[in-house]
Structure formats: structure tokens, C-alpha cells
Design a protein around this ligand. Structure first.
Ligand code: XUL
Ligand code: MN
Length: 346
């Protein structure tokens, strides 16, 4: 039997969010990067994931030299703390230049802004000793179909990714699909789309994907099947585990919070494919509930990690022989019940 994976864990500064939503202001005061780093260490996490402007705030108003200088300073703080930078993602959805999309904006100047900003993001990654760049393609889609030419937008996406691959021969790009929000519909809604786009680029080996549980659920898919699919191509380079109660806004609930069985199947899929054995991290893209008090600010992360670890035990203690016998007998009724009782601990 292959050795069991010893998982390593990650979250981002944005996962210690302050509680604002479209209907109300923050409910917790902002905290410094140093405080977040200390929380991460104390809770036994190994790595931090970043947006470019988590590392260099106000990035659009800084020179390339200043950006690298600040990124190196953060790199040193991480090194001193013994924390790895797992990924860096360009925040391509905030600027006035990305109102109508980033790489797929109808305005050439805006498309160029998005490419230039993404190149700076790769430079920041380098300064943090991190070559994995995540693209959550937030505004690459449309509100109404007639506003954009989806065929042209596919070309724009490939051109942008090619420009990033050429900027740094060591950079790897992981596309994080999401079917909607903020757009009505996004151009890269699923892992199948992400991997198909990877194949159109100049160096498909360097383009993979990141699965987020909630995003797969919003696409009407089971995240476990998305994991098996991506890992069949050797392309799952990071994962954002969380949960989602049905088809509504992106909830980023604690892992397993809405559907423990769906969470269990994600863990089984990660286990059977050997996720983590090539150094991939388990990241939790979860947010505290708006009601969370300051003194409970880390609970959603600590609890998600604990649920994951318990489900790893559940996946390892699942009686495969019993399951296989039920499968051979096409007795999926009792297989279903066995899964429920295994999860209930009876
Ligand atoms: C948005 C989302 C992002 C990405 C990183 O739904 O998940 O936080 O993970 O840009
Ligand atoms: Mn995410």
C-alpha cells in the first residue's frame, strides 16, 4: 500500500475577513498582516495564499522597483515565520480598468492593463519564491450575451495566458473556474473548460487548474467528480475546500458545513489520486459568518481543517472490501446505507 499522505494546509489573508456584505458594513475591525500570519502559525497551517495586492497594497500606483522591494520584504517575513507562499493571484476585478472584464474587456487598453498587472503578479510570486499563479477569471464573462463576442473572448484568454507563460518560463498557471458571480455567466465555468483552454495555450504543461468546492456546486457539479477529472490529467495543482448550500451567492462556508457526504467524497477523491504527494497544499477558501465575534475569528479555519482531518480518517477506515462486495452485487441501496452509517459512526 502506498504511504498515506501527510497533508499540508493553507489559507489566505482574505479568509480572515471583516464581515461586510452587500447589505451591511464590517462587523469586525481590520487586522494587520502580522496578526494574520501569527494566527496561521498558531493554528498549525503551513502556507499562505495571496492576491497580488495582499502582498503589495495599492499596487497600481507603485513602480515595478517598489513592487519588487515590498514583495521581497513580505517574502522575508514569511521565511522568518517558516511559512510558504503557496499561490499568488492577480486581483483583476477591482480596478476601473476591469469594469467590463480584464483579459476579455472590449477595450484594448483595458485588456493590456490586465496582462501587465498579471505580469507584475508573476514578479511578486518570484520574490516570494512561488511560481504558481492562480487565475480566478472573475469578470471574464457577460451580463448579456450580445455585449461580447464569446468566440473572440476565448482568443483573448489564450493570448493573455500565452503572454504570461512567455513572461516567465518557470511560471505555472492554475485556472480557478466559477460559473457565475459576479457575472451572469462566466466563460470558464468548469474544470473541463479550464483544461480545454490550457490545451490551446503555447505551453499546456504549465497550465492546470484549481478546484473550489463551492464553485463546482454552483455549476451544478459534484466537486469530487471534478477532482477525479482534473487529477486524471495530472492538472490539480491547488484546491479551495469549502461548502455551499445550493444555488445562490458564493457562500464560502466551512468545509463540510452544508453537506458532509459531499465533503467526504472530495476527501476520498483526493486520497485515491494521491493529492498532496507532489507538494500540493490543501487550502480552505472559507469565510467567517458575519455574526462571528473577534475572539472566534479563526474558528471557521480551525474547524474546516479538523473536519478535513476527521474525513481523511473516515476515508481510510472505509471498508473497501465491503463496498466492493455490495457493488459486485449491484446492491447500491445497502452501499448508500453503509456510507451513511460510516459517516454517522455506527
Ligand atoms: C472567489 C474566489 C477567489 C479566488 C482567488 O470566489 O474564490 O478568492 O480563490 O482569487
Ligand atoms: Mn477560491
Amino acid at each position: 500500500m502506498p504511504a498515506a499522505t501527510a497533508y499540508r494546509y493553507c489559507f489566505g489573508p482574505w479568509n480572515l475577513s471583516e464581515g461586510q456584505d452587500p447589505y451591511g458594513p464590517p462587523t469586525r475591525p481590520p487586522q494587520t498582516f502580522g496578526w494574520k500570519l501569527q494566527q496561521l502559525k498558531e493554528a498549525g497551517f503551513d502556507a499562505m495564499m495571496f492576491h497580488d495586492d495582499d502582498v503589495v497594497p495599492d499596487i497600481d500606483n507603485k513602480s515595478e522597483i517598489q513592487i519588487i522591494k515590498e514583495a521581497r520584504e513580505t517574502g522575508k517575513r514569511l521565511k522568518d515565520a517558516g511559512v510558504v507562499a503557496e499561490i499568488v493571484a492577480p486581483r483583476l476585478w477591482f480596478s476601473p480598468m476591469t469594469i467590463d472584464g480584464a483579459y476579455t474587456s472590449n477595450d484594448k487598453k483595458c485588456r493590456q492593463y490586465a496582462i501587465d498587472r498579471s505580469k507584475r503578479c508573476i514578479d511578486i510570486g518570484k520574490a516570494l519564491n512561488c511560481n504558481l499563479i492562480v487565475l480566478w477569471l472573475a469578470r471574464e464573462g457577460s451580463y448579456i450575451r450580445e455585449s461580447k463576442n464569446a468566440r473572440k473572448c476565448l482568443d483573448y484568454l489564450v493570448e493573455a495566458i500565452d503572454a504570461l507563460l512567455a513572461h516567465d518560463k518557470k511560471a505555472r498557471i492554475a485556472i480557478e473556474p466559477k460559473p457565475n458571480e459576479p457575472m451572469d455567466l462566466a466563460y470558464i465555468p468548469t474544470i473541463g473548460h479550464a483544461l480545454a483552454v490550457a490545451n490551446l495555450t503555447s505551453d499546456p504543461k504549465r497550465v492546470g487548474c484549481l478546484i473550489e468546492s463551492a464553485h463546482a456546486i454552483l455549476a451544478g457539479l459534484d466537486p469530487a467528480d471534478e477532482i477525479d477529472f482534473a487529477m486524471g490529467f495530472g492538472k490539480l495543482w491547488s484546491i479551495h475546500l469549502n461548502d455551499q448550500n445550493g444555488l445562490k451567492f458564493d457562500q464560502d462556508k466551512p468545509f463540510g458545513s452544508a453537506n458532509l457526504r459531499v465533503a467526504f467524497n472530495q476527501v476520498r477523491a483526493l486520497e485515491r489520486n494521491g493529492y498532496g504527494k507532489k507538494g500540493e497544499y490543501v487550502a480552505f477558501d472559507v469565510h467567517p459568518f458575519r455574526t462571528t465575534k473577534v475572539e472566534h475569528w479563526m474558528r471557521h479555519l480551525v474547524n474546516s481543517k479538523r473536519t478535513f482531518e476527521i474525513l481523511v480518517e473516515k476515508a481510510r477506515s472505509f471498508d473497501e472490501a465491503k463496498a466492493q462486495a455490495l457493488i459486485a452485487d449491484r446492491n447500491y441501496q445497502d452501499l448508500d446505507q453503509y456510507v451513511l452509517e460510516h459517516l454517522m459512526g455506527v
